[in-house]
Design a protein around this ligand. Structure first.
Ligand code: AMP
Length: 195
């Protein structure tokens, strides 16, 4: 099963992708996690500045990382792309990458969430991290959130249309309780699975 999970910041992509990883036994490929890890390297200070501010990292950088990750043996049986693609250019490049391997996506799941609820969710996530004694993401604050939402509207929303034109887009109500969101995603994924 090869899935893409789309949605604005705070929509629940990470939570649902992690659950799908457990359910299907295929890796969750989060470009955000990969970029945060890369940001910790000496060469990653530019990436870190972009991620921390909420701006998108250049397509070439993300594409290089994802192309290498998809080649890993654990991704051979499938994967859940969490936070990628975020631009139409990335979506086109992913199509190319998959075509070269004779593979296709099964479905693209879009989490639809009222924008007015998103900042509250991000704020709650930050407070939960503090309560657990974990580090708060540098971009989980109102300033970076504004930039992330603007990037989503401008660059990522067109990705939904791109997949809708391919007949792959499944839209799920991300405002529902987590288990109901999960059930909708499972139905969408199972009705689309190629094998
Ligand atoms: P996320 O963990 O998915 O919320 O991503 C956190 C940040 O990583 C984003 O705000 C971007 O700065 C960067 N990022 C993650 N995925 C991508 C992507 N596919 N293209 C460009 N930037 C990305």
């Amino acid at each position: 099963m090869r899935l893409v999970v789309l949605g604005p910041p705070g929509a629940g992509k990470g939570t649902q992708s992690a659950r799908l990883m457990q359910k299907y036994g295929i890796p969750q490929l989060s470009t955000g996690d990969m970029l945060r890890a890369a940001a910790g390297t000496p060469a990653g200070s530019r990436v870190k500045a972009l991620v921390d501010s909420g701006s998108l990292v250049p397509d070439e950088v993300v594409l290089k990382i994802i192309a290498a990750r998809i080649e890993q043996p654990d991704a051979a049986a499938g994967f859940i792309l969490d936070g990628f693609p975020r631009t139409v250019k990335q979506a086109e490049a992913l199509d190319e990458l998959l075509r070269a391997k004779n593979m296709k996506l099964d479905a693209v799941i879009e989490l639809k969430v009222d924008e007015s609820a998103l900042l509250g969710r991000i704020d709650r996530r930050a407070k939960e991290m503090v309560a657990k004694g974990c580090a708060v993401r540098a971009d989980d604050n109102p300033e970076a959130f504004k930039t992330r939402l603007a990037a989503y509207r401008e660059m990522t929303a067109p990705v939904s249309d791109y997949y809708a034109r391919q007949g792959l887009l499944k839209t799920v109500d991300g405002m529902a309780p987590i288990d109901r969101v999960a059930a909708q995603i499972d139905r969408a994924a199972e009705s689309s699975a190629r094998v």
